[in-house]
Design a protein around this ligand. Structure first.
Ligand SMILES: [Zn+2]
Length: 441
């Protein structure tokens, strides 16, 4: 493999405590050198990055690739294309497929087919057999086959004995039980936060208590079992405060936050498109938007802004996207029939770029929480630009303007409430193992 230089980027590698304008030499699929200036050499290719951000390849610990079974929405290959277009080199895919990933054979199938996509794909196994929320699936066998954790994402079992057993087994295997914390007893209708907007739209809405009640329950089960609880997609400030308190008393709890829960609010479901913390709308009202229906739901602005403190103090171990592709027929205008979920991989960087422009985040934090923090928390490879590491690299242009559309989105699905909205910020180059897999000039 030939060598090439990424020149004049702002290299941010939190794992090496590096944030400076530098050149990077990539050779034989590895980071060969990072230095203030690398000499030109005849015949060697150069990319002038002109101050764009150079980060370790981004890692998304929470995506839905719908493969097997629902591949009209996404499959491993289209999901990998979406990941590369969004700057992600490594993803962990959720097991709510058809059939679910609940056996070592199905885990192995994802590992093997994933290896051919050009993106590092790690499967997450189902906690319960068939995702029926009853019997614990063969967790040890799935870890041996390549599962990096377990989840019944999409719902949560009421069966505490099954959860306790799963926590004990997974704890011994040193992998997390990744829980979608929502009490089914408090849920009904489409995934819209209960409050003024749900009343306006005439749907029951999901109260914050549904999430908070199961966060509390699952923290209790993790503490009782000695297992490792990873709380998926925290959407309320009170839920985050419970996790902070549990961590403070030494519970083995980790948690993630999603870009959309930080930037978007419940108002988006009603078509009122204003970012949390911004003065002005970003686009005209569209009327009710099924693409803004996501689970857990977009919350009031007070929650979106309230989550910032928990990013700042480390309550959230990392950022993930919950990339959830859906076909047009799954998102009818009638909100009561709208499936939950929105795209994440390609809109994550522009969403986070908006938060940086609002001074709610900064780039070193964003990059740390999408790279080394994910790798360290979940014991995954990657996440650094240290010399000798595999050349998995993402270049971000915080000023690149583009508009998500049917034509510009690489995912097989197009369900994002940001469709048609002018965004600023994009991954312009994604390199995996030294191979440039995505490059927009
Ligand atoms: Zn999910």
């Amino acid at each position: 493999m030939s060598a090439y230089v990424l020149r004049n980027g702002r290299v941010i590698d939190p794992a090496s405590d590096l944030d400076s304008i530098a050149d990077i030499l990539i050779a034989d699929g590895k980071i060969a050198e990072v230095a203030g200036h690398i000499a030109r050499r005849a015949g060697r290719r150069e990319y002038d990055l002109d101050g764009a951000l150079v980060a370790p390849g981004l890692i998304d610990a929470h995506v839905h690739f719908r493969d097997p079974g629902l591949t009209h929405k996404e499959d491993l290959k289209s999901g990998a294309r979406s990941a590369l277009a969004g700057g992600f080199v490594r993803v962990c895919c959720m097991p709510n497929t058809e059939p679910p990933l609940d056996t070592p054979e199905r885990i192995r199938d994802i590992v093997e087919r994933g290896a051919e996509t050009g993106v590092h794909i790690h499967p997450i196994g189902a906690i319960t057999e068939g995702r029926r929320l009853e019997q614990v699936a063969p967790l040890a066998e799935m870890v041996a086959a390549g599962a990096i954790g377990f989840s019944d994402d999409g719902e949560s079992t009421r069966k505490e004995d099954a959860m306790l057993a799963a926590f004990r087994i997974a704890g011994r295997l040193n992998v997390p039980i990744m829980v979608h914390c929502e009490d089914p007893a408090l849920m009904g209708g489409p995934s819209i936060s209960r409050g003024a907007v749900s009343t306006e739209l005439g749907v029951p809405g999901i109260p914050a208590e549904a999430e908070e009640r199961f966060i509390e329950r699952d923290i209790g089960l993790a503490e009782a079992s000695g297992g490792w609880l990873h709380v998926l997609h925290v959407s309320t400030a009170r839920g985050a405060a419970m996790i902070r308190a549990a961590k403070a008393r030494g519970a083995r709890v980790t948690a993630e936050v999603m870009p959309h829960h930080l930037l978007l609010t419940e108002e988006w479901v009603a078509g009122r498109r204003r970012y949390a913390g911004a003065a002005d709308v970003v686009a005209e009202s569209t009327g009710a938007d099924p693409n803004a229906v996501v689970n857990p739901p977009l919350r009031p602005e007070s929650d979106a802004l309230g989550l910032d403190a928990f990013v700042a103090d480390g309550t959230f171990d990392f950022i993930a996207t919950d990339h959830a592709p859906h076909a047009p027929q799954d998102k009818p205008a009638d909100l009561s029939r709208a499936a939950s979920g929105m795209l994440g991989l390609e809109v994550a960087i522009p969403t986070l770029a908006e938060l940086v422009r609002m001074n709610r985040l900064d780039w070193p934090t964003v990059i740390r929480m999408l790279t080394i923090d994910v790798a360290r928390t979940l014991n995954l490879p990657g996440g650094t630009l240290a010399p000798g590491a595999a050349a998995d690299v993402t270049v971000i242009d915080p000023d690149h303007r583009w508009t998500p559309s049917q034509a510009t989105i690489a995912s097989r699905s197009k369900n994002t409430p940001l469709l048609g909205i002018g965004l600023q910020g994009r991954a312009i180059m994604t390199i995996v193992g030294g191979n440039v897999r995505h490059y927009v000039r």
